[in-house]
Design a protein around this ligand. Structure first.
Ligand code: 26V
Length: 797
């Protein structure tokens, strides 16, 4: 279609949907008009996909997730529909700056980090592959908080992504379910009846998720909470205006805000309410759809595959049993069996503090019937597995990991190492009872967003050399290996990286006022702040390097820019101290006229999907330095490798598999293995010993401790230093020397530009396996038993 026709559609939306004249339209108006125009193109394929799924009575995947970190949607849709040229030309014709318009879209941060972003990549891959799927979650009014820095300290502001209209969603006032809480359970003719004390309405909002080339679209269905009776007329008539609106306010708190803790803090009643709210609404929706298409409930496991994204929707087990047994009168054992054959559980962390547990008291108060059903499920499980068994209910607590495991057909880890650790640690006893249940599905990322759209230069070069088949068959990137000894290719590859770095440098200058040299190595660590991710290891090494440069300022240092980005949970004091420290160190180093040409520290605030898209294509070095055994997989590590950054990393999570694929020569390995970590913790005073053995570490810690970076408050970092030299659970001190060694190897390697570029290109060429398309195909084959996607339908024809 010519761009002129596209232009008239934009104008039509501007006039009739937005009610604006072109002369008066703002960038917001243009973005909305463009978004509606693009959305129109998706809607037909979306309807086709739904009709095909319905008419074919196809098995569907239901991905239940508390978090979907979707980011901006306009550019992604434009790229997937291949409308980029048309959209840009049409906007140019209209005298509107396309990039500026795209940049007005709020970044939808309905998630904390890895788990939520994975859910978003999975939905896109499911659409690309053409597998019928619905993602179910919560339509948070406020997503993850906005981060700012005040004198280097993290401040949190509410995020307001819905303050403007959300162009991509369709409200479905007709799709609504009453969700109950509390109340009583009584028996009537041998059947349990739950009479909740309180009800909230879950009402659906649908966003189409378009796959590559627009040939299939799935749905992201987010539930909004509202009151069953939003308004108390009696109170209003009595002049109590605030009280009159109270029922609505109370109900709406359920979908008001995303919990901003990714691993700390537990046990909030509202969180359990959110979990039950969206799980119960989703299951009712799933059963209603099933019952429209089938009349034999025995077919349920053949037609419905439910994936629990961590334990947050774990209440799905007892709730599905309740819907089948209590509400449909199916015998209890048969109900459990049916439910179990539909449900699967992905574990995303083994950190003990992140494993969900609810007190029996709270569960009994909020979900009395479910508590009783969990006890019955435990009995059922014990009966089938006589001898030593494991229960979900124990010592007055409901353990959601155990409950999910017991109620799941398949349980999966997110990298090879993590899956093995699941078997050996948290789930060892359940694994012994059910050795076939745990499977591995190493994470992946969508190449449409994380290469094609965010790195157009690398994409153009790749397509020029190997054609565009790589976009939905990422292992084709291996064909780039034929070019890694061609100087013209390497020149073009490094020119693309250089241009990306120049773009980033310009953005840093504009937004932070700091000048960075695009010729320097861009060394990036971006992720949530957490002790196990060890941003403090990175900044301590930075301090040690700075001291060494000051000792010997005329040496031939390899210039580096250390870039950090990431948020700390508002209540996570230690993580906030690390942010403060990084900013304090940056302030001193960036102002040091002797060293700043060799070493700078940059920390842009408010890390989100959009910022990741800007940073990753410009990276030379990817920091993946978690304590081995703690990072379940990582997905940023994959994005960096694909975009030609070399990794400095530990043998943790998917780093292991990245290194296996890109080759040990193209990966800077350091640190203890997961087993060595466990050993090392048994050594008395391990941290003090490590500090005593490494004068560089001792000196860096002394500078931090004595207030070199916080002269206005010299003891500001006593706590951080005391931790790293004392208990040091995450072994920052013990891994320091080897990290330093690896970093100096990185320095040396970066100086050989040709060899570095070749290694970077090999990272791209050998990372194709980390596409989320591959991960989804793995889930389809090993977990969901789905062979009926569009891809398979075409193959069968
Ligand atoms: C826990 C909690 C606890 C209560 C409050 C809210 C909340 C939200 C999230 C979580 C669990 C977070 C687990 C997580 O994000 N794991 C990450 O999952 C990624 C995708 O599999 C993986 O790449 C990362 O290594 C892993 O840390």
């Amino acid at each position: 279609m010519p761009h002129t026709e596209f232009r008239s559609e934009i104008l039509r939306h501007l006039t009739y949907t937005l009610g604006k004249e072109a002369e008066m339209a703002t960038r917001y108006d243009w973005r909305m008009a463009l978004s509606y125009t693009v959305r129109d193109r998706i809607t037909e394929s979306w309807h086709d996909a739904m009709r095909t799924s319905r008419d074919g009575r196809m098995k569907r995947v239901y991905y239940l997730s508390m978090e979907f970190l979707i980011g901006r949607l306009l550019e992604d849709a434009v790229v997937n529909l291949r409308l980029d040229k048309q959209a840009e030309a049409a906007m140019l014709d209209l005298g509107v700056d396309y990039d500026a318009v795209v940049a007005t879209e709020p970044d939808a941060a309905l998630g904390n980090g890895g788990l939520g972003r994975l859910a978003a990549c999975f939905l896109e891959s499911l659409s690309t592959i053409g597998t019928p799927a619905i993602g179910y979650g919560i339509r948070y009014e406020h997503g993850l908080f906005r981060q700012t820095f005040e004198n280097g300290r993290q401040m949190e502001e509410p995020e307001d992504w819905l303050s403007q209209r959300h162009a991509w969603e369709f409200e479905r006032p007709d799709v609504a379910f009453e969700i109950g809480f509390g109340g009583e359970v009584h028996e009537e003719n041998g059947r349990c009846i739950w009479t909740p004390a309180e009800h909230v309405i879950a009402s659906a909002h649908d966003t189409p998720v378009v796959g590559w080339q627009g040939s299939w679209s799935n749905t992201l269905r987010l539930w909004e909470a509202r009151a069953a009776h939003a308004f108390d007329l009696a109170a209003f008539n009595a002049g109590r205006y605030v009280a009159a609106a109270e029922p609505g306010t109370l109900a709406r708190t359920i979908s008001r805000v995303l919990y901003p803790d990714d691993t700390t803090e537990q046990g909030k009643e509202l969180r359990l309410k959110q979990e039950y709210f969206f799980t119960a609404a989703s299951l009712r929706d799933i059963l209603a759809r099933f019952e429209r298409e089938h009349d034999d409930i025995a077919l349920l496991p053949e037609k419905v595959a439910i994936q629990l994204n961590d334990t947050h929707p774990a209440i799905a087990g007892p709730e599905l049993v309740r819907l089948l047994h209590d509400e449909r009168g199916i015998e209890f054992n048969a109900s459990v069996d049916l439910a179990r054959r539909c449900l699967n559980y992905t574990n995303h962390t083994l950190l003990p503090e992140a494993l969900e547990r609810w007190s029996e008291g709270l569960m009994g108060r909020l979900l009395p019937r479910h508590l009783a059903l969990i006890a019955r499920i435990d009995e059922w499980h014990a009966r089938l597995n006589p001898g030593r068994t494991v229960t979900a209910l124990e010592h007055g607590q409901v353990k959601m990991g155990e409950l999910s495991f017991i109620m799941a057909n398949r349980v999966n880890g997110v990298s090879a190492l993590h899956t093995e650790l699941m078997k050996k640690t948290v789930f060892s006893e359940l694994h012994a009872l059910h050795p076939e249940r745990i499977v591995n599905q190493t994470n992946g990322v969508t190449p449409r967003r994380w290469v094609l759209s965010s790195n157009p230069r690398l994409s153009a070069l790749t397509t020029d050399r190997i054609g565009e088949g790589w976009v939905d068959d990422l292992e084709q990137l291996s064909r780039l290996e034929d070019h890694v000894d061609d100087p013209a290719f390497l020149d073009a590859y490094s020119a693309a990286k250089r241009a990306n770095k120049e773009d980033l440098a310009a953005w840093v200058k504009d937004s932070l006022g700091e000048k960075i040299d695009p010729a320097a190595m861009f060394d990036i660590q971006i992720k949530r702040l957490h002790e196990y991710k060890r941003q403090h290891l990175n900044i301590i090494e930075t301090v040690a390097l700075w001291q060494e440069i000051r000792d010997n300022p005329n040496a031939d240092w390899t210039p580096r820019v250390k870039i950090f980005a990431g948020k700390a949970a508002p209540g996570y004091v230690f993580a906030k101290e690390i942010i403060h420290l990084i900013n304090d160190v940056g302030r001193v180093l960036n102002a040091d006229s002797v060293t700043s040409k060799f070493l700078k520290v940059i920390y842009p605030p408010n890390y989100n999907v959009t910022l990741a898209e800007r940073l990753i294509p410009a990276a030379d070095l990817s920091e993946q330095i978690s304590t081995a055994g703690k990072e379940a997989s990582g997905t940023g590590n994959m994005k960096f490798a694909l975009n030609g950054a070399l990794t400095v990393g530990t043998l943790d999570g998917a780093n292991v598999e990245i290194r296996e694929r890109v080759g040990a020569d193209n990966f800077f390995l350091f640190g203890m293995t997961a087993e060595e970590v466990v050993e090392r913790r048994r050594v008395e005073n391990h941290a003090a010993r490590a500090v005593a053995d490494d004068p560089r570490l001792a000196r860096a810690l002394e500078a931090i401790r004595s207030g070199v970076f916080s002269p206005e408050e010299p003891d500001r970092y006593h706590g951080v230093v005391a931790n790293v030299t004392g208990p040091d659970y995450f072994l920052v001190s013990s891994d320091f020397s080897d990290y330093w060694r690896a970093q100096r190897e990185v320095d040396a390697a970066y100086r050989d530009t040709a060899a570095w570029t070749r290694a970077a290109a090999l990272n791209t060429a050998r990372s194709g396996w980390f596409s989320s398309d591959r991960t989804i195909r793995g889930y389809m084959a090993d977990i969901w038993d789905i062979r009926s996607s569009r891809a398979f339908a075409t193959a069968a024809e």
